[in-house]
Write a protein that binds this ligand. Sequence first.
Ligand code: DC
Length: 223
Amino acid sequence: MVAPASPFTGVVALDGPSGTGKSTVARRLAAVLGARYLDTGAMYRAATVAVLRAGADPGDGAATTTVVEAARIEITTDPAHQSVLLDGDAVDTAIRSDETTAAVSAVSAVPSVRAMLVAAQRELIGDGGIVVEGRDIGSVVWPTARPKVFLTASPQARAERRAGELGADVTQVSGDIARRDGLDSSRAASPLVRTDDAIELDTTALDVDAVVERLVELVRESS
Ligand code: DC
């Protein structure tokens, strides 16, 4: 795979639901481009760990806001070394726990939590040279990102990928994905939507290399 010749200085937005392979291909794309990488989902997950550790109810917007306001979330943007700190404590394992996954949609639906995290994400994006993955990067966080890609995959392929990653049962994962999709797409604040100018890339029949190759082409075409 041949990377564009000059260093990448733009912002690539990769949005889409879970199980589409976003994280893997976003990290790989960043490495190929020599760019930074930002996993915004990890920030919502760290905010959720803060809420759970504080014993607050993830569904209580005011309590959640108070906790997240006081939390210090730090995240690396090196595609080769991902790490998330909450108040100085590494939470890389805690952000992937079942408990966190079950509560993250409620926390990420709170508008004031989103406002805080979107501001932090914009600061991290700064002068660009970064691949950013999430749900609202092309729609809210960085609408001028190019290319703006919306990844999709069939429900069966998404469930199988997630189950493979987690070593879990496909039927159970499929139910979890459907529940989170419903919550993420129906929330009032920045729901998961594909903007009109986003390029949809269906990864159902593509392996990681093929997706990354297509993304590199899209970066080249948009620069
Ligand atoms: O990508 P992920 O599964 O790690 O994301 C965790 C949750 O965070 C997901 O349920 C939706 C939410 N999220 C969001 O609302 N906005 C983002 N930009 C990224 C993630």
